[in-house]
Design a protein around this ligand. Structure first.
Ligand code: HEM
Length: 149
């Protein structure tokens, strides 16, 4: 007889006990892509860089730019920053200059560039809703997203 989850009209996949006994990796494990980060680009290196670099440089703005709550970023402005050398994204209503972080992203450059120049909230949550974006990128925050064009 076929295993439980191979039966033709079965609506459900294997349960966790069945997966374990058959060595079927969990969905999360199958989707995990390990990326080799360049030397000097570990999460600890990012922690050092992000706490020792002046915030205006991380934000990519002039030194006299008001702090993030006072800067409104429109959708049209956001769209202009979609290259690896100038990359902004919006997560949970805040716009971040991701440029200095791109090479530190544990999921790789290609993945993080998928949110370049647009709202990356749903992609971000799809892969790691547990990551605290403000903790990682707080000092890269350019401003708040303004829904108007
Ligand atoms: C924009 C801000 C982002 C930040 C601050 C960020 C941060 C992180 C962090 C801290 C990790 C390691 C998580 C862990 O090991 O638990 C990670 C992994 C990862 N990220 Fe991101 N990420 C961002 C955007 C994205 C986007 C837009 C995507 C996909 C389109 C993405 C895809 C991934 C993937 C696939 C991994 C590997 C997960 C794994 O090891 O299982 N990330 N990211």
């Amino acid at each position: 007889m076929l295993p439980y989850f191979d039966r033709k009209h079965d609506m459900f996949g294997p349960n966790s006990a069945q997966r374990a006994s058959l060595n079927v990796p969990s969905t999360a494990a199958r989707e995990r892509k390990k990326v080799a980060l360049a030397p000097g680009h570990s999460p600890l290196d990012w922690a050092r860089v992000s706490t020792s670099t002046p915030s205006y440089k991380l934000r990519g703005v002039a030194p006299d730019t008001p702090p993030p709550p006072y800067v409104k970023v429109t959708k049209d402005e956001l769209k202009l920053h979609k290259s690896q050398e100038d990359c902004w994204t919006c997560i949970n209503g805040k716009v971040y200059n991701v440029t200095p972080y791109v090479n530190f992203h544990p999921g790789g450059v290609e993945e993080i560039m998928k949110c370049a120049g647009k709202d990356g909230t749903s992609l971000f949550n799809k892969y790691h809703s547990w990551v605290n974006v403000d903790r990682m990128l707080g000092s890269c925050c350019v401003g708040v997203f303004s829904a108007s064009k």
